[in-house]
Ligand binder design. Sequence first.
Ligand SMILES: Cc1cc2nc3c(=O)[nH]c(=O)nc-3n(C[C@H](O)[C@H](O)[C@H](O)COP(=O)(O)OP(=O)(O)OC[C@H]3O[C@@H](n4cnc5c(N)ncnc54)[C@H](O)[C@@H]3O)c2cc1C
Length: 387
Amino acid sequence: MDLALTDEQRMIVDIVRRFVREEIVPLEDDLDPDADELPPEQLAKLVDKVKEMGLYGLDTPPEYGGPDINLVTRCLIAIECSQHRAGLYAPCYYAFGGARQAQLFEATDDQKNKYLYPMLEGKKRVFFGLSEPSGGSDPGRAIQTRAVRDGDDWVLNGTKLWISGADRADYGLLFARTGGPGRTGVTAFIVETQWPGFNVRRIVHTLRSAKYATEIQLEDLRVPHENILGEEGGGFAIANDRLSRQRVPYAAECLGVAIRAHEMAIEYSKIRETFGAPLSSRQGIQWMLVENEIDIRQARWLVMDGAAKADRGEPFRTESAIAKLVASEAAGRVVDRSMQIHGGLGVAKDLPLERWYRELRIRRVGEGPSEVQKHVIARDILGASLR
Ligand SMILES: Cc1cc2nc3c(=O)[nH]c(=O)nc-3n(C[C@H](O)[C@H](O)[C@H](O)COP(=O)(O)OP(=O)(O)OC[C@H]3O[C@@H](n4cnc5c(N)ncnc54)[C@H](O)[C@@H]3O)c2cc1C
């Protein structure tokens, strides 16, 4: 496989890299180390610049006004956009349009007018409500939130847990059981957070700085039938589709952080002296840097392989699971070693390393824990009958 970038990709990478280094990194000097948002007027200026670059709405298909780029290029951009302190969970503070709920592109025209377009214009925020207290690894079986038909409405009762940003959202995709046990009994609903019966509370901050995870209690929440997204009973396919697609750029974001942490460790090892010689002259340090380099190269290869297969229209579920697994775990190791090389400075909030260290730990759980990625890979290589 040829991993060389095309001229266009090289140009895009250069532009985005300069944007991150000149526009994003300097403004973090004046922000709280755990900030995940910018004041609206500051963000608006950055969004204008990204629009001038022609890269606004990264996850939006071209027919809806997004840039016409393939997944490999999307991943190259993700690798650049995460290379700042907030970059793992708030890449460029969402100046590139942030992550989209891909399923909404399959919505009816009425649903698009009411929900999709305001979201694309940045006027409405959205959450993704799949996980429940009964478990997030296997939501097809675990979902207990119940939706019962009542005339033109559905009445929803149940609890969702760990849902990112539902406290600040205007609406969300919420998955509830309309049929029997298993995947085909789950339906996706578009629900508005202002409706009676929708109760949300923040869970105390997790290791992650960006966005609160929330718990949603549904008490006789009435949802109009026309707010079903896709088919009744087709919710799990919708959820799964989103998770597979997101996994590759998600892995690329981990890789971006690893690359920057490694660069910082290399630079620091050359200027920091102990016992009369630079750290970089010590074999113990060199080996850490070599292990970083190998972790990064392996992860990069696997992320690009997954993206390239998706771009060729080939099945890429196994590749996306491998990319997510390897990149999230490799990035954790790279940041850990890079912190070690920085000594006390590594754990100080002056540098982004401590935030990346905390937030990368969540990357091994969110979007499917490492063990679930292995479960997916095993199922694919052994045959779909594995439970
Ligand atoms: C900060 C944060 C934000 C989140 N945001 C969202 C969100 O916006 N929307 C949403 O729907 N969910 C969200 N989640 C939930 C996340 O997707 C789940 O936490 C995750 O899928 C795991 O589910 P669980 O926590 O219920 O763990 P469980 O399903 O109970 O699993 C526990 C552990 O068991 C292990 N395990 C599971 N299955 C297997 C297996 N087959 N073989 C071996 N080991 C296994 C894994 O190590 C796993 O971590 C978020 C979570 C966090 C921490």
